[in-house]
Design a protein around this ligand. Structure first.
Ligand code: NI
Length: 448
């Protein structure tokens, strides 16, 4: 159990302060596996984007291979891979990205922690161990860690192998945080093993790059200088008036819902919706939303609904109530800070829910919204196919699940709207479609 004031919590930078940062997601939602991986893409740091893509690939490919085509037994848990990211630094010419990969394979599983550092001066990605001054730095850090590590770990497994030191970052106070992947220095049951090494102890062990990384991470006015920052892809010069709510007891309504964003195509999607006077619902992932409060604000201003899709997109049905609560509350905070309003609707990732998730949703005043139309847009990246499936399956009160992190899905939207409007449908929010059912906190709803 982690204490409330855990000194090993890594200091992170608000991603919305980095000009032009976008997020890349890879997701699969089916009955063989649950997969969600996200990482940032930062203008001017091409080698970092490629290294992050390759690090995520290194987790995703073996998982997809291992889960293959076999379906778990009915009632058994579905294997899950989840990669979440945070910025450990984004200042001067330095970026740090921490990836935390949680893997669940039925009986076994564990968490991998890795922090990649980007040196914009050299245009090079460096592993965390490069913060230390070669062999001397590694040997010195082994001594520091062994003397501080908890009793759950085996100090003998802390060796001067750069791969063991896969994640090095800093906390708010300027201590160095050395953290390990599960099973690398302790039994898996120990959970996260991390130590905080104070400045006086680690400073003599830093490489020249390590000193620059430390100074960037602790910069109190972080400003990234990697050449030409691009403008955020969200802004539209004129703010359209918000569309009015629809009374779906009188109008024939369909709700388009967009999960897993916001992402690089969300700004264009908002343009398309505004041009066609269509409203939609965005079930946002908190990690992505934190990078794009401007997009959330714009969507809310234009009359769309923002729903909660949790902070990290974990399968909630396998998590304890406390973690379910914090995953939902963190995203609620991101949405409230951006729009001034809290979401009323929750979409559990993968639609995976149970009595615990229902009880937490109830306690937080959230109705759970599933879907009745799924064109599998994450799998079939074909705008025409996606549009055809949505239009042919839609009925009055349908709730359609889409993912705005795919370009092909956003490409399908003009067709979907045009053809549904031609059939007399109004594109409304999930809350409007569900209004006549008076959705209750904790309840789960598939359509209006
Ligand atoms: Ni999702």
């Amino acid at each position: 159990m982690r204490a409330v004031a855990d000194v090993t919590i890594v200091h992170t930078v608000n991603p919305s302060t980095v000009p032009g940062l976008t997020t890349v997601t890879r997701a699969e939602q089916n009955d063989r596996r649950h997969l969600f991986a996200a990482y940032p893409k930062i203008p001017g740091a091409g080698p970092l984007s490629r290294a992050l893509a390759s690090a995520v690939d290194g987790q995703v490919k073996p998982f997809v291979k291992a889960t293959g085509r076999t379906r778990p037994q009915p009632g058994a848990d579905i294997p899950e891979l989840n990669v979440q990211w945070s910025l450990t630094a984004a200042a001067r010419e330095i970026v740090g990205v921490r990836l935390v990969t949680s893997q669940f394979m039925g009986a076994s599983g564990g968490v991998t922690r890795e922090t990649l550092w980007y040196d914009g001066v050299a245009g090079m990605v460096r592993p965390a161990a490069d913060l230390l001054d070669g062999r001397r730095g590694l040997n010195g850090m082994v001594r520091q860690v062994r003397s501080r590590i908890g009793t759950e770990a085996n100090p003998g497994q802390v060796t001067p192998d750069p791969r063991t030191f896969s994640s090095i970052a800093f906390n708010e106070a300027g201590d160095m945080i050395v953290e390990f992947s599960d099973f690398s220095v302790a039994p898996g049951s120990a959970g996260r093993v991390a130590v905080a090494v104070p400045g006086g102890a680690y400073e003599p062990l830093l490489s020249a790059f390590g000193m620059r990384a430390r100074d960037a991470a602790l910069d109190t006015q972080p400003s990234l200088a990697l050449g030409s920052p691009t403008a955020s892809p969200t802004a539209r010069s004129t703010a359209p008036r918000p569309l009015p709510r629809t009374d779906c007891t009188r109008a024939k309504c369909v709700a388009l819902t967009f999960d897993d964003g916001p992402g690089p195509y969300t700004g264009r999607l908002l343009d398309l919706l505004a041009d066609r006077r269509a409203r939609a619902t965005f079930f946002v992932v908190g990690d992505n939303a934190a990078a794009h409060p401007d997009l959330l604000r714009r969507a809310a201003d234009e009359g769309h609904e923002i729903g909660n899709h949790t902070q990290d997109h974990r399968d909630l049905s396998r998590l304890p109530a406390m973690q379910v609560t914090s995953d939902i509350q963190l995203t609620e905070e991101v949405v409230r800070n951006a729009t001034g309003r809290s979401p009323r609707l929750l979409r559990p990732p993968y639609g995976a829910t149970n009595a615990t998730v229902g009880a937490v949703a109830k306690s937080l005043g959230l109705a759970q919204v599933m879907w009745s139309v799924d064109p599998s847009d994450w799998r079939d990246r074909d705008a025409r196919l996606v549009a055809d499936r949505v239009v042919s399956a839609s009925r009055p009160g349908s709730i359609v699940v889409l993912h705005d992190d795919h370009r092909t899905t956003v490409d399908a939207v003009p067709q979907i709207i045009k053809r549904l409007q031609a059939k007399g449908y109004t594109l409304a929010t999930a809350s409007d479609v569900l209004a006549a059912r008076h959705p209750q906190p904790g309840g789960a709803y598939r359509n209006g």
